[in-house]
Structures are given as C-alpha cells and as structure tokens.
Design a binder for this molecule. Structure first.
Ligand code: FES
Ligand code: FES
Length: 197
C-alpha cells in the first residue's frame, strides 16, 4: 500500500485536517490539505467532475457552485472553509431523471455549444433567479430606492448578473434567453439555493 500523502492522512497535522463536506445533500468525511480548494476537493477527491476548472483564478465562472444558496467560485474557496455549509453542484440540480427547469431551458434553447462552461452557467443562473426574486439589485438596476418596484429580469439585467460567467463559444444570446425562460417559470429553487434579501 503506498504511503499516504499529507493531504490524505487522517493524522492531526498543521497542514491538513479532517473535514465534513455537505454536497448535494450527502455528507462526506474527508482529510484535506489546508490548501485544497473546494473545486479540487469536488473534482479530485469526490469525483464530482461536473464542476469545471477553467482559469483557476476566479475569472471565468466555470467553477460556479452554490454554497448555502449563494453563488460561489469553487476555485477561490478553500475546502476547509466550506465545512458545515451546504454545497450544490451541477450534479445536485436535477431531480433524478427530471431536469431542473433551468437545465431544460438551456437544452431547449441551445444555451451552450461545447458545454464546458454550462455547469457554471446553470449554477449561476439558479443564483441569479433567486437573487432577483429576493429583490437584490444589480449594477444596471435603474432605481434602487427601497420603495421602488422590482426591476424586471430583462436581458440587460440577465447579462449583467451573468457577466461573471464567460463562454468561449459565445453562446451568450441563447444563454440569456434560457435564463429568461427559466425565470419566467419561476420554479428555479433547488435544495440550498434559497437566499434572503
Ligand atoms: S475556474 Fe474558477 S473562476 Fe475560472
Ligand atoms: S459552451 Fe463552450 S465555453 Fe460555453
């Protein structure tokens, strides 16, 4: 049996810890090196490879997951800092064989080409719809006065709110349509995505 690497050892160490990760409703006990990102823990340790690594520097959005219902870049978050929180990845979005309305809208409207950015786009869209429903303004919301009527989730709002998710295939027009269609159905919530204003 090969010797354990520091990140795999369960012995107490100044550089590693045993943590408990909640992902898609399951609990995983995991010894991790303190430097392990959530993205690497998901992909390399839990084999949840739906979450993609693009830039690994917080600039492309490919690694977007939901943490306690908020959008989070898994490449910028340490796994140890995620302990006790509820992580939702693309693997946890569908209900068995039943696609989530956001997934179905991406499929129906060709909101992808190669598909590499798509898991992050869909997780981000889930967060966008919940954030908008909770009344959170964006940088393009015209009237942010507390008494103002909620701005519609129109194309400008969707583009702004999804602007952290890059698509090298340039499927943006269809992505905006898919988010708009899914938001219209407003049945976007998945486990752990509820947010409060
Ligand atoms: S891989 Fe995380 S933002 Fe690009
Ligand atoms: S579909 Fe290819 S990068 Fe977005």
């Amino acid at each position: 049996m090969p010797p354990s690497t520091p990140s795999e050892s369960s012995a107490p160490s100044p550089t590693s810890s045993g943590i408990s990760l909640r992902v898609n409703g399951e609990t995983y006990a995991l010894p991790v090196d303190h430097r392990t990102t959530l993205l690497d823990a998901l992909r390399e340790r839990l084999d949840l490879t739906g979450t993609k690594k693009g830039c690994d520097h917080g600039q492309c959005g490919a690694c977007t997951v939901l943490v306690d219902g908020r959008r989070s870049l898994a490449c910028l978050q340490l796994a140890v800092a995620t302990e006790g929180r509820e992580v939702t990845t693309i693997e946890g979005v569908a209900d068995g064989d039943q696609l989530h309305p956001v997934q179905q809208a991406f499929l129906d409207l060709d909101g992808y080409q190669c598909g590499y950015c798509t898991p992050g786009q869909i997780c981000s869209a889930l967060g966008v719809i919940e954030e908008h429903a909770a009344g959170w303004p964006s940088a393009v919301t015209a009237d942010i006065a507390p008494q103002a009527a909620p701005a519609p989730l129109d194309a400008a709002e969707i583009r702004e709110r999804m602007s952290g998710n890059l698509c090298r295939c340039g499927a943006y027009a269809s992505i905006v349509e898919a988010v708009a269609r899914a938001a219209d159905g407003s049945s976007a919530g998945v486990r752990g995505t509820e947010v409060t204003a």
